[in-house]
Design a protein around this ligand. Structure first.
Ligand code: LLP
Length: 433
């Protein structure tokens, strides 16, 4: 009935998440409010981990892409579930470090890491620095030499695969700011350089073709391309690299009509490709890494808002405005992303009205969605926007100096705050006169 398994409706006709009444949560913590179900997150972690064990005999690692939702609690959950971590900035790395995340299971990505970030990665002894380009390679080699250390690296490679998703979240094609191209030999030149460098240890390769992808073929295609490149490297240098990181990007259900492939099916099909291509090329199966972000946390989260003004513009549309908006969820204004929403206090009623759900920011484009089907909505109702666990809190801002909402995590029905609400004092904390 709902886009996520952790949602339901109780005897009061209220939406529930993780078995808890959303109206009670809204009353207790106020709105806007992010709510996440930890059980759902742990289920997703365990399911990916199970697939890696099934299809690669455990010769692999699931790393959680923390850009989807990063805070201390989620790093701790990923750690407890035995996952690795994909970080993309010193801030994400620092968060991981703060909960004692095992650094050997951290993959540090980014197309333009600063020297400060590279130094932190060396100091923390991050297991894998995913080098994006030759400038970074050179810089890392020098910094590692200055620290008398060896940097363990993967190279980010563009497999040249086009994924069917929004152009802002597509990354595997040649026209991308990320990674080294196979075309023209750029990636091979980088490999040859790295092998000569005294303070670099090249452990493997990485690719990531995009996000919110529903097809399996692009993942299979990119795995095959990357394995062929591993075989080329072996031919050229005699070295068989040990790690192949195939990235993340598995799509989730935002709308009822979305029908994502079971993650286990992705894993199964891709592992079949990996097995077949390795056999064809005479390669040992590398240690396989995957990096899901959205599919670990997205379905586990909702956002609760209170409706203020409802503005019916005859023959045009009805705007229902809520007490948040692009400051806590910028995905509509960025990608025209679609969500399901419902009136949480009328969740058992039919969704009979078409509305535009508007935010409170001073910006016409500040919408959560247009043409959304929802229960009859009035001022004072609580609206829930579903599947907001990924790329909402992590992409939030203080635009219009609106403080960020808190994040409440539910575990076995028990609630706790994992990110406190920002206060007005927080907003002016760094201001100087
Ligand atoms: N690995 C790398 C190197 C990535 O760049 C990403 C996402 C992931 C893994 C995780 O992908 P996922 O499994 O979450 O699809 N802000 C956009 C999504 C940007 C994704 C960026 N990279 C959105 O809100 O849709």
């Amino acid at each position: 009935m709902f886009v996520s398994d952790c949602l339901g409706v109780n005897e009061h006709g209220h939406l529930t998440i993780g078995g808890r009444d959303t109206i009670e949560l809204a009353q207790r913590y106020g709105t806007p409010l992010y709510v996440m179900d930890e059980n759902e997150i742990r289920r997703a972690c365990a399911s990916y981990k199970g697939s890696i064990e099934r299809y690669y005999g455990g010769h692999g690692l699931v790393t959680y892409a923390s850009k989807a939702f990063c805070c201390k609690a989620i790093c701790k959950i990923a750690m407890e579930e035995g996952l690795g971590l994909d970080v993309v900035s010193i801030g994400e790395l620092y968060t991981a470090k703060s909960v004692g995340f095992p650094m050997d299971k951290v993959f540090f990505h980014g197309n333009n890491k600063t020297p400060q970030e590279l130094l932190a990665a060396l100091e923390y002894e991050v297991g894998q620095i995913v080098v994006d380009n030759l400038v970074e390679l050179e810089q890392l080699n020098q910094l590692a030499a200055s620290q008398k250390k060896t940097a363990n690296i993967l190279f980010r490679v563009k497999p040249g695969v086009e994924a069917h998703t929004h152009k802002f979240i597509r990354t595997g094609q040649i026209d991308s700011k990320f990674g080294l191209a196979l075309e023209g030999g750029e990636a091979m030149r980088a490999v040859l350089e790295a092998i000569k460098m005294p303070n670099i240890h090249l452990k493997g390769l990485h690719c990531h073709i995009g996000s919110q992808i529903f097809d399996i073929e692009p993942f299979q295609e990119s795995a095959a391309v990357m394995l062929r490149f591993l075989a080329d490297i072996k031919k050229e240098t005699g070295k068989e690299l040990e790690i192949l990181d195939l990235g993340g990007g598995f799509g989730i259900k935002y709308l009822e009509e979305h029908d994502p492939v079971e993650y286990d099916q992705y894993m199964k099909k891709v592992s079949q490709t990996v097995g077949a291509v390795c056999q064809e090329l005479g390669l040992n199966t590398p240690f396989i890494v995957i990096e899901p972000g959205r599919s670990i946390v997205g379905p586990a989260g909702i956002t609760l808002y209170t409706v203020g003004a409802v503005k019916e513009i005859p023959n045009v549309r009805t705007y229902a405005s809520v007490d948040g908006g692009m400051c806590d969820n910028p995905r509509y204004i960025l990608y025209q992303s679609e969500y399901e929403a419902l009136v949480a206090n009328k969740a058992s009623q039919p969704r009979s009205e078409k509305i535009t759900l508007a935010g409170k920011c001073c910006e016409s484009g500040d919408l959560i969605g247009e043409g959304m089907m929802i229960q009859p909505v009035q001022s004072g109702d609580i609206v829930a926007v579903l599947a907001t666990g990924a790329y909402n809190y992590s992409m939030s801002s203080n635009y219009n100096r609106i403080p960020r909402p808190p994040v409440v995590m539910l575990r076995d029905g028990e609630d706790r705050v994992v990110v406190k609400a920002e206060t007005l004092e927080d907003l002016i904390r760094n201001d100087l006169l």
